[in-house]
Design a protein around this ligand. Structure first.
Ligand SMILES: *Cc1c(COP(=O)(O)O)cnc(C)c1O
Length: 373
């Protein structure tokens, strides 16, 4: 059975050499510890916290359960201010907690929640802000913190894209009350499926640990109607092995991104987003914005790439505020979210992953450049 070689897609999982994974599996088979906070789970929590430069973290089966649980850990209710320019899981986590999402527009340049627009969206029912570090670019964490402090709001960052991102030498995951990570196969660092809540102190980690294990505090005490959010030992082992290779994977991503920047720098109607000074970015995505005046529009470029066997993605189109379960909200009106609509109509995320070959990338760049002629 010869598996087909993968097509060029927007992202492909980073897979360490298979032979390096076998010893971990043998260990699991021998110990018969498959899940429930086994040794690999504990080791990964410790090693990841050290690698990321955070105090504590609690591993999860996926990022979505981490989001749902983070909201419960802080007892968030009522209304939460969030961005429409994100993946569905961000906003769905609010509905799973019976919380009303309130959409606020994004900044045109950062793609993140616009701090200038947050205060006008606050009502007596607002309890928290749920921003996203979109594409791994940090939100304006200082201004968001000041607004949250002024109005007594909690802040939970959806940091699903922000693995390893550091601003002025400090992990971006140390901001807000909690941050959540995703280790899904398509993310910078993967455990097949997985995620985490980054916690500032041991007390909140304790509560999160209970909540992800049905609310069990011990064998006979259940303190909350918790969910099953635990990460299993095979995923935790994958994480430990990935950690050994992740710096190389991040370097490879940076190289690929640099090639895109160079290739399109002389085309005024194509804009590749770049990291601001002082930022250690993870090159999680390569958003390319097709500006007005380009010979073909974004959707035609998307179709052209597809016809050439290259499956790019229009993250984040459609906007979450346009989905059937959200579009009836007053804050979902298009007139209220002009920047989000503008970028959702221009963006195309180009393939970026460590195993993307130089020749494949060159061909891809060629297809895009042809469109500029
Ligand atoms: C991937 C992603 C999630 C969800 O993570 P899963 O691990 O797939 O459940 C949440 N938010 C954003 C912004 C994401 O990109």
């Amino acid at each position: 059975m010869t598996p087909p070689s993968p097509p060029i897609t927007v992202t492909q999982p980073y897979l360490p050499p298979l032979e390096e994974f076998i010893p971990y599996l043998e260990h699991i088979w021998k110990s018969k510890r498959l899940t429930n906070g086994g040794p690999f789970h504990q080791q990964l929590e410790t090693e990841l916290a050290r690698y990321l430069g955070v105090e504590h973290l609690s591993l999860f089966a996926n990022g979505t359960l981490a989001l749902v649980t983070a909201l419960q850990a802080l007892r968030i209710t009522g209304e939460v201010i969030t961005t429409p320019y994100t993946f569905a899981a961000t906003t769905h986590s609010l509905l799973w907690n019976n919380i009303k999402p309130v959409f606020v527009d994004i900044d045109q340049h950062t793609c993140n929640l616009d701090p200038d627009r947050i205060e006008e969206a606050i009502t007596p029912a607002t309890t928290a802000i749920l921003p996203v570090h979109c594409y791994g670019f940090p939100c304006d964490v200082e201004r968001i913190e000041r607004i949250a402090d002024t109005y007594g709001l909690k802040v939970i960052y959806d940091a699903a894209h922000a693995f390893g991102v550091r601003s002025n030498g400090r992990s971006i995951l140390r901001h807000g009350d909690l941050s959540i990570l995703s280790f899904h196969a398509t993310k910078v660092f993967n455990t097949f499926e997985g995620g985490a809540i980054v916690c500032p102190d041991a007390k909140i980690k304790q509560r999160v640990d209970y909540l992800k294990n049905f609310g069990f505090a011990n064998e006979v005490t259940v303190v909350a109607p918790g969910i099953n959010g635990k990460m299993n030992e095979v995923s935790a082992a994958m994480g430990l092995l990935q950690l050994k290779h992740v710096d190389q994977a991040l370097d490879d991503r940076a190289t690929i991104h640099r090639r895109y920047v160079q290739a399109f720098q002389d085309v005024p109607t194509l804009h590749v987003q770049q990291a601001p000074a002082g930022l250690v970015w993870n090159h999680a995505y390569c958003p390319l914005f097709v500006r007005p005046g380009h010979p073909i529009n974004r959707d035609t470029l998307y179709e052209t790439l597809k016809a050439n066997g290259i499956h790019a993605r229009r993250y984040f189109y459609p906007l979450i505020s346009s989905l059937p379960m959200y579009r009836g909200l007053p804050s979902a009106a298009a007139t209220h979210l002009p920047n989000a609509h503008l970028l959702a109509g221009q963006v195309i995320c180009l393939p970026i992953y460590p195993s993307l070959g130089t020749e494949d990338q060159a061909r891809l760049i060629d297809v895009v450049l042809q469109s500029a002629r």
